[in-house]
Each structure stands twice: as structure tokens, then as C-alpha cells.
Ligand binder design. Structure first.
Ligand code: SAM
Length: 162
């Protein structure tokens, strides 16, 4: 698979997972969390899928398309290890959906990050809510769900929070 094929497959998987979750998230109260704004593509998709829902965004340094920058009062700016703590104090375990896409191309760094990221995000996840992650995250309260239709195995990791 070329790097272009791989990029397209990753984008398709992101979109298919978010679309798949729409009915389930519509049935759950609480904000949505976008962890890693990047270009703002998945944030924009969440805004389209869930108009009127509160979407909080975590990003170390905003460099998104100008149309895809969240309002100041919905942005946790800075390193996620600090801002997730801040959000947990402010929002508590209320999130209906957490979408996290923080990774880099460095596998070892992603594995190390996953060790603190899962437990940190757990403090924000509402019981019955969902976590969609670009990497495997081990949290005892989270139950891995089957891949949505058409999404290749282990490209994305979907969890239901107990
Ligand atoms: N899903 C996004 C999109 O559709 O455009 C792409 C996200 S991009 C792959 C990852 C983003 O996470 C980058 O913008 C990076 O700055 C941010 N990021 C990575 N590690 C971070 C950390 N520890 N704290 C806060 N932001 C971080």
C-alpha cells in the first residue's frame, strides 16, 4: 500500500467511524471532545454531524484551517497531559464521545503516550459514552467494540465506557 493509499484509508476510516457513531451519540447527553485538532478536518466533521452539541477541543498549538478553529471557550490550549486534567476538573466525567487523534509517526512515542492518555481521558468519559482512538488504549472501564462496517481491523479503536 502506498503512503497515499494509506492516508486515504486512514481518512476513510475516521469518517466511517464517526458516521457510524452518530445514532448512538445522538442518544447520549454530554459534550463531545476532539483531542488533537490538527487541520481541523475531523472537528469540522463532528460539527456537521452534531450541530448544536458542545465540542471541546484539545490542541498544543493551533494551526488548523481558519474555518475550523473552535471558539476560545471551547479550546483547551497546551499539552494534553495538563489540559486534560484541567478539563476533568471543569467538566467531570460527562463526555458522550471522546475522539482522540494525537499520534505522531513515532510508534514508541505513541505507545508511551497511550499509557497516560487512556487513564487521563477516563476522567472525562461519561458512563455509557464512547471513545474513538487512533491507538489502542487500555482502560478497565472501557470495553472494545467491533470495528464499524468497512473499517479495517485495528486501524481505529472504538470503546464503550461502562
Ligand atoms: N484529526 C485531526 C484532523 O482531522 O485534522 C488531525 C490531528 S493531528 C494527527 C494531531 C494533532 O495533535 C496535532 O495538531 C498536534 O499538534 C496535536 N498534539 C499531539 N500531541 C499533543 C499533546 N501531547 N498535547 C496537545 N496536542 C497534541
Amino acid at each position: 500500500m502506498s503512503r497515499l493509499d494509506s492516508f486515504i484509508a486512514r481518512m476513510q476510516a475516521q469518517r466511517d467511524c464517526l458516521n457510524f457513531l452518530k445514532p448512538a451519540i445522538d442518544a447520549i447527553a454530554g459534550p463531545l471532545l476532539e483531542v488533537g485538532l490538527g487541520n481541523g478536518r475531523t472537528y469540522d466533521h463532528l460539527r456537521e454531524l452534531f450541530p448544536g452539541r458542545d465540542i471541546y477541543v484539545f490542541e498544543r498549538k493551533v494551526a488548523a484551517h481558519p474555518d475550523c478553529i473552535p471558539p476560545d471557550d471551547r479550546l483547551f490550549l497546551g499539552d494534553a497531559d495538563r489540559t486534560i486534567e484541567e478539563a476533568a476538573r471543569r467538566l467531570g466525567p460527562t463526555a458522550a464521545l471522546i475522539h482522540t487523534d494525537l499520534g505522531t509517526g513515532d510508534h514508541e512515542a505513541n505507545v508511551a503516550m497511550g499509557k497516560w492518555l487512556g487513564p487521563a481521558l477516563d476522567r472525562l468519559a461519561a458512563p455509557g459514552g464512547y471513545v474513538l482512538a487512533n491507538q489502542s488504549l487500555a482502560v478497565s472501564r472501557w470495553q472494545r467494540q467491533p470495528d464499524p462496517p468497512g473499517v479495517p481491523k485495528d486501524r481505529y479503536f472504538l470503546y464503550r465506557v461502562r
